[in-house]
Ligand binder design. Structure first.
Ligand code: ADP
Ligand code: MG
Length: 261
């Protein structure tokens, strides 16, 4: 019997903290070690879609159609041409789903149900969440086994984390008992900045082993890659940023241990 995929949300209610960069690079890193990966873009900005080399403006169907149950994932998914993984794309249309879903039954479990139909096709599903704790993010959290939280080591970083941690606790208690925080990933890190070092130490003191050992440095090649429709690990494998994400993919797999059957 096939093992079910491991499903992770990449979440942080702040924008611009590296969620999408983490999602597409982790996906490509896992694909490079032979894993079958689906990226779900749950952000109407569609950055994970574009950054995977799939044109969000040309999509006949998107994750919106999946959430409204007018299409299946098998009908909507596209292949990232360079990434080596599948993408459930998003564009502006998804912004409307937030409102339309409120009226519907099992509104927070729609993604979960849709994913069950493609469980045999993947080893990993990575869900790129929007910068909010909205119904879209809730669909992600209800589908997932774990949450990966990318964060910059800045002054208000810890403060913002408590809202996210509380939301995860509530979802765990009420909607999805499987959900846990897999880890916090320090991204865009610059060790020369004293404040970043200090926040990093605070993070470790507070969250202990929940902080991933791998640190993603600030690296311009990671920022350039999306405009070529490629994850950084594919665009420039020798860059410091790419190497860090490959290391992170390895740490994730190690941390998870053998998959439950
Ligand atoms: P989010 O999805 O949380 O909004 P993004 O992943 O889109 O964040 O990142 C925000 C911006 O920072 C993007 O322009 C991205 O290319 C850039 N960026 C992300 N990670 C890095 C990094 N490690 N080094 C340099 N730039 C980065
Ligand atoms: Mg994003």
């Amino acid at each position: 019997m096939k093992k079910p995929p491991r499903i992770f949300c990449i979440a942080n209610q702040k924008g611009g903290v590296g969620k999408t960069t983490t999602t597409v690079n982790l996906a490509a890193g896992l694909a490079q070690v032979g894993q079958r990966v689906l990226v779900v873009d749950l952000d109407p900005q569609g950055n994970a879609t574009m950054g995977s080399g799939v044109d969000k403006r040309a999509l006949p169907l998107t994750v919106y159609d999946v959430l409204l149950e007018s299409s299946t994932i098998a009908e909507v998914r596209q292949r990232s041409p360079k990434g080596g993984y599948d993408v459930l794309g998003a564009n502006r249309e998804l912004a409307g789903a937030e409102v339309e879903l409120v009226e519907l039954d099992h509104r927070e479990r729609r993604l979960k149900r849709a994913l069950e139909a493609v469980a045999d096709d993947y080893d990993f599903v990575l869900i790129d969440c929007p910068p909010s704790l909205s119904l879209l993010t809730l669909n992600g959290l209800c589908s997932a086994h774990g949450v990966v939280v990318p964060m910059q080591c800045e002054y208000f970083a810890l403060e913002g984390l408590s809202d996210l941690v509380n939301t995860i606790k509530q979802v765990h208690a009420n909607l999805n008992p499987e959900l846990q925080i897999i880890g916090l990933l320090r991204v865009m890190f610059d060790p020369r900045v004293t404040l970043q070092q200090q926040v990093s130490e605070q993070l470790k003191a507070h969250f202990g082993s929940k902080v991933f050992n791998t640190v993603i440095p600030r690296n311009v090649r990671l920022a350039e890659a999306p405009s070529y429709g490629q994850p950084g690990v594919v665009f420039d494998p020798s860059s410091k940023g790419a190497q860090a994400f490959v290391e992170f993919a390895r740490e994730m797999v190690q941390r998870l241990g053998p998959p439950s059957s």
